[in-house]
Design a protein around this ligand. Sequence first.
Ligand code: NAP
Length: 304
Amino acid sequence: MNHYNLIIIWAWSAWLPAWMYASRYNLKNLIIWAMPGWALATSHKVENYPWTISAPGKEIMDNFRKHAIESGSEILQDTVVEVNKTDTWFSVKTASGKEFSSNYLIYATWNKYRKLWFIWENEFLWKWVSYCATCDGTFFKWLDVAIVGGGNTALTEALYLAELCKKVYLIHRRDTFRAETSWVEKVKNTANIEMVLNEEVESVSWGMFMENVNLKSWKILKADGIFVAVGNEPETKIIDHLNPEKDAEWCLVVDKRQETTVKWLYAAWDVTTNSNKFRQTIMSAAEGCLAANSIHEDFMKSGH
Ligand code: NAP
């Protein structure tokens, strides 16, 4: 079993800065990712990350990967299925049967898509109901679709769908948005997006294919598919048995050094309580580098 100073699990945008700083401090480290970038990699456009005026999230993630690979990092594309902890180190098992150990872990995982729980949502999952416009938008080319949510994801995905689809209904439960104003303005200025405000989805109905989105107000929208973009929830199940403290939204409680309440277990990005929960790529990057720096401080102090 190969031993490392640090293993970085999963690959949100926290990993590159975490790896960069860990490597500069000469901490022997391994990155294990199932799918690099996840939400960032599927973002239609990112316009709020330094050095990027406007780029698909995948392009940013590809640059992250190129940076790491060309600098000689050790990356394993695999899924972590088990994490255990002894008094001295962590052991990490992957789906392909590999096993590693490390003194420290940075847990920077993806979050689960939040469901809306409307009638037939589960039954038509990934058929007419999707949580990722970038992944599934092309299936609805020239058709009419609905997208639900009022955050950055819903609005950027609505803009992407508007490039492909005939008509896009943006359904939001309020008449003000959580999303950045610049996205709201772009949506308002897009001719084939219709905002459907102060409305919630009750169900979908279908014949041979999906036909309608039925709203709780009894209004009916003609749509061939529906995208749900109502946020996400922290995914921590592989470390839950270590009993890290969580807040009311199930985010991992971390101190200002990014350490969880489990000794030597650090965390970064959406799964944590830090950055005032301002879930942006730039904050994730900062949390990743802070975690690596804190680990280096511990390492220098304790030699662990
Ligand atoms: P979010 O910001 O949490 O927004 C979720 C939206 O879904 C909110 O408008 C919320 O409505 C609505 N919602 C939640 N539960 C609902 C329900 N049961 N029924 C109806 N509507 C419901 O989630 P997000 O848009 O996925 O973004 C997640 C994080 O990633 C955010 O911090 C965001 O800024 C970041 N992000 C950034 C970018 C970018 O900068 N390019 C792109 C995508 C995401 P209310 O507003 O009424 O609560």
